[in-house]
Design a protein. Structure first.
Length: 420
């Protein structure tokens, strides 16, 4: 399908001539960090588009910081001169290469970069992500950053919103006036994710948009075609619920009140193969108040419409505060706990909603920011109901307050003292 047209110690360039006036330069990498996946994911997907292809494979994980990098970019520019439209795309290291290519090819038409990295300087490689092995491995820097002004009006960058490292790189690109789109995922390998993690092939949709000359190429365009998976308010770098954040106790102060949930009796709507207890909903649900707080869920319902977890207090209670700890072992699963209601009841039959969450902000758990609900009501029961068709799984529920009879016993000596 393609033939090698250039090779040196650092790069291998192959060419697939499809006899069109369009050419796409695809940048990828090699090595143990598995950053070469875009080329693999484009197989079969790219055949439908009316363009020739140039595949640039970087043999080493040096982020174009080598003696042959500028020669390679100049070679590509000369080779592409016979084409009317020149496109560049890539992922991670390859995405950075697609952006830098604009410095050497002023005729480049459009650039599409998945999870490009802003810089290879040491401080950028220390962010705990997949590029940690590069820390200190590069001694000479041909490029200090990969955000040339020549690319700002021609490029759209697509990032995962819930990846700590990628989110930070994205913020730097945005500060350089690049168009950035965030997806509701933690996956660094965006091309594979778009192609394989949904019922439809979003990678095909993205490339259709990329090659459509009749539309205004911008982040807003991609936000419209990917509206179902777009993250409109990415704040993962502030409140990420993974292991890059502080422990929850930096966010909340527990009230100076009895923890009445510990003596309550819990239940839930269903069980499934992921439940710890396979035959008894009450035993499974009780884990949310008896098990220690961990990143993994304490209980797990089945997949159903409006799954719920409920708690019956030991006796009638004055509820003052509820703290809900989400699971935070997996970002995708944690997102299921997004839109839900909390209800109260006197008899466990008739329920009244007193709290509803409708936004998409993260709810943290052992890490991140748990949901802290201030309340002031009397009830025998509370219930958490997911306003969706999915699983319900949480790590811990704390309810603080006082039992009504005990509160009266405390008040009586005070009244007697005042009367005397």
């Amino acid at each position: 399908m393609s033939t090698i047209i250039h090779e040196d110690d650092n790069y291998e360039i192959s060419y697939w001539n499809r006899k069109t006036n369009n050419v796409t330069v695809v940048f990828s990498s090699a090595g143990s960090l598995a950053l070469a996946q875009p080329v693999e994911e484009f197989k079969n997907t790219i055949k439908k588009f009316n363009t020739s292809y140039i595949f640039v494979r970087s043999k080493n994980l040096d982020w174009y910081n080598n003696i042959n990098s500028i020669k390679m970019f100049r070679f590509l520019n000369c080779f592409c001169k016979k084409y009317q439209y020149i496109y560049a795309l890539g992922e991670s290291l390859g995405g950075s290469g697609a952006i830098v290519f604009s410095k050497y090819c002023d005729r480049i038409t459009r650039i599409l970069a998945f999870s490009p990295q802003y810089s290879a300087l040491p401080s950028f490689c220390k962010w705990f992500g997949p590029l940690t092995p590069l820390d200190g491995a590069i001694s000479k820097f041909t490029f200090s950053d990969y955000a040339p002004e020549s690319a700002t009006q021609k490029a759209v960058l697509i990032y995962p919103s819930a990846s700590y490292e990628d989110n930070l790189h994205a913020k730097f690109f945005k500060s350089e006036n690049f168009d950035v789109v965030f997806l509701k995922t933690e996956h660094h390998d965006i091309a594979r994710h778009l192609k394989k993690d949904y019922e439809i092939n979003y990678l095909g949709i993205v490339l259709d948009t990329f090659y459509n000359k009749d539309v205004n190429f911008s982040a807003n365009l991609f936000k419209s075609v990917l509206c179902n998976i777009i993250e409109p308010n990415p704040k993962a770098f502030v409140k990420w619920i993974g292991n890059q954040t502080f422990h929850y106790d930096v966010y909340i102060d527990t009230p100076d009140l009895p923890l009445i949930s510990e003596e309550g009796s819990a239940d839930q709507s269903s069980l499934c193969e992921h439940s710890f207890e396979k035959s008894n909903t009450k035993v499974e649900a009780q884990r949310a108040i008896s098990e220690p707080l961990r990143m993994i869920p304490a209980f797990h319902t089945g997949f159903e419409k409006n799954p719920w977890w409920s708690l019956e207090f030991r006796q009638l209670s004055h509820v003052k505060q509820i703290i809900i700890f989400n699971r935070c072992d997996h970002e995708g699963y944690a997102r299921r706990f997004s839109k839900f209601s909390v209800l109260k009841s006197d008899d466990g039959i008739y329920w009244k909603e007193f709290y509803r969450k409708t936004n998409t902000e993260y709810v943290g758990g052992e890490f991140g920011e748990p949901l802290q609900i201030e309340t002031d009501f009397v009830a025998n029961h509370i219930r958490i109901v997911l306003n969706d068709t999915s699983f319900l799984h949480l790590s811990k529920i704390h309810v603080y307050g006082t039992y009504i009879s005990e509160a009266k016993e405390i008040e009586k000596p005070l009244v007697d003292a005042l009367e005397s």
